[in-house]
Design a protein. Sequence first.
Length: 424
Amino acid sequence: MKHTLKKISDTQIELVVTLSSEDLATAKATTLKFLSRDIKVAGFRKGKVPANVAEKHLEPNILSNEVVEHAINDSMNEIVTIEDLRVLDQPKIELKKFVPYTEAEYSAVVEVLPDIKLGDYRKLKVKKTIKKVDQKDIDEVIERLRANSAEKQDSKVAAKLKDEVTIDFVGKKDGEPFDGGTATDYPITLGSNTFIPGFEDAIVGHKVGDKFDVPLKFPKDYHAKHLAGQPIVFEVTIKAIQTVSLPDFDDAFAAKVGPFKTKQELLDDVRRELVNQNERQSIDTYKDDLIGALVKLSNVPVPQLLVDDQMRSVEQDFKQNLMYRGTTPEQYIEQMGYKDEDEWRNKEFKDTAIRRVQSGLVLSELSKIEKIQVSKDELEMRLSEMQQQFPNMKDQLETPESRRDIANRVLTEKTLDRLVELNS
């Protein structure tokens, strides 16, 4: 066997391979041994038919096609080992020449992982910052706790700020309903500013059963380009109004929401939790910033195949979120003013997908350089933790695929920890 290798790009190579009569003879012997297992010949037990006898009972074209396929597969495996190729996908094979069992030549275009040249990962200029907890942060948590314990009563008087109102509405532009502008039994707290400016204020003063129009303009910076700055009319019907009574923030309230004797104990606990939360967020942000800085300092060619895989993953997650919000991808595309799905994918998913691929490639390279590995004990410990956390998935977590995924996750975590350590 002879082969030549030509680099098409940082992530793609072309091989031209010539197979000799010896290569084809070896492939033919392997092929006949494989095919003879299913051939029935009088006087021989199934699976015991000699190769020379089996050949006489095989259609010549079928045999030669099988031999070529075996020869190509065997030679590709050998070349991958010789050239130390990190293949990403099945190669695209083109048979250029085949003289039966004498000579063959084929080309193969192969997608491969690129060579990554890391920058100086020990001197990344990234600062770790921790957001301070102020009284406003604590007050917001306390108000959420009070809201969760609020008493609500149906009201027949006119709605006022802080009331919870259930409405039906239909948004119309130029007299026609627009996607995403219609809802039934929609709950809204007046004064929460969850709608565009002016909408909630227009509901104040109306009673249950009232039907009225709310003429407004979408903000000029509204995310849906075709609606930004446009005049619209919401047809609103009030279905229900509830007054909300918040409990007093006192020792009794503190004892009700947790194992606290006084409201000061609750305040202290909230502060501790916010401090811990900010610390965790700071560490996560710091790690992300370190990876981003390392990517910028490194030469990281991006295989399109991996980008496409990541784009599909990001898109799937986004569609799931749209479903939870009661919106279809088609509605979202129209709301945002994209001309088609391709524009939507490229503008919203491509950059994220590229960053994910680049991050994964630099971390993989760093783990090799720093000789970071996952021991069997580390894998088993993480597997045990996950099985305790998800007891119904115990068997699923034991599959080879799951074990590989878990090992890769642990390897990534260890590599990130090492990167933090080197830059501390």
